[in-house]
Design a protein around this ligand. Structure first.
Ligand code: DGL
Length: 271
């Protein structure tokens, strides 16, 4: 496909729900003039307990949807989506595409001194072993300890981030990682930084790595190089969801500091 990159076009990103907000926040922080289009597949969340085939189908539809809106770059703000897409599929996308796993893994390899890296992720991401693969391709001496956290996304999407149950669940999921002595821990699901205040308390001195911070730097670097950075004042971001939820709107307000109710549209991307 012939694709003309235009610096005035928006950057697209997608996730199952509010997880991608953690990526959007980092992007907006270092790319203040860009306009973003966000798709949250709220009708189908959580993705983490679905099959790789279904997630693959949804991720492909989300990418096609963003391309139809003429985005100049796509950030797959969902680890499980990029875990099920092949390298060939990602490179066939006619605009620059960024995934969290590569950047999170790269940072973890730089940070770990003990060569032991913990990964907190959804069940589906853990099962694809995508982090293990990428980490060992960067350094095959790295020991990877994964912990599946199936309760986190439903808790975050329920909007109650400060309950006793969350505290106990965070402790439970971190135990295998801290007991292994890992000194770097990757947020292997974009939702999890929303629990950072609790997670930070139980990491036992390990460094927490948010791949969103790294990916945002990479997007800026790539757009500067093309060049396709936007320089005029930003237009408001546009949000699409497959189902409008109270949590989506309220998390945008509390976490992103944006009242998005006037520019959030319901759109069925995935049947
Ligand atoms: N936030 C997503 C991820 O990074 C998906 C979480 C889910 O819906 O289970 O994997």
């Amino acid at each position: 496909m012939d694709w003309k990159l235009d610096s005035r076009h928006p950057i697209g990103l997608f996730d199952s729900g509010v997880g991608g907000f953690t990526v959007l926040k980092e992007l907006k922080h270092i790319l203040p003039n860009e306009q973003f289009i966000y798709f949250g597949d709220t009708r189908n969340l959580p993705y983490g307990d679905k099959s790789p085939e279904i997630i693959h189908n949804w991720a492909t539809n989300s990418i096609k949807f963003l391309l139809r809106l003429k985005v100049k770059a796509i950030v797959v703000a969902c680890n499980i989506s990029s875990s099920v897409l092949t390298k060939e599929e990602l490179t066939a996308i006619p605009v620059p595409v960024f995934t969290l796993i590569e950047y999170g893994a790269k940072r973890a390899v730089e940070v770990t001194r003990l060569k032991k890296v913990g990964v907190l992720a959804t069940m589906a991401t853990v099962q694809t072993r995508s982090y293990e693969r990428v980490l060992s391709s960067l350094d095959n001496g790295i020991e990877v300890v994964q912990s599946a956290c199936p309760k986190f996304v439903p808790m975050i999407e329920s909007g109650k981030l400060a309950t006793k149950e969350i505290e106990a669940t965070v402790r439970e999921y971190l135990t295998p990682i801290t007991e292994s002595g890992a000194d770097a821990i990757i947020y292997g699901c974009s939702h999890y930084p929303l629990l950072s205040r609790v997670i930070e308390k139980y990491v036992n001195g390990a460094v927490l790595i948010d791949p969103a911070v790294e990916v945002a730097k990479a997007v800026k670097e790539k757009l500067s190089e093309i060049p396709a950075l936007r320089t005029d004042p930003p237009h408001p971001d546009v949000f699409f969801v497959s189902k409008i939820t109270e949590n989506f709107l309220s998390t945008a307000k509390t976490f992103l500091g944006q009242d998005i109710s006037g520019h959030t549209l319901e759109w069925i991307v995935n049947e």
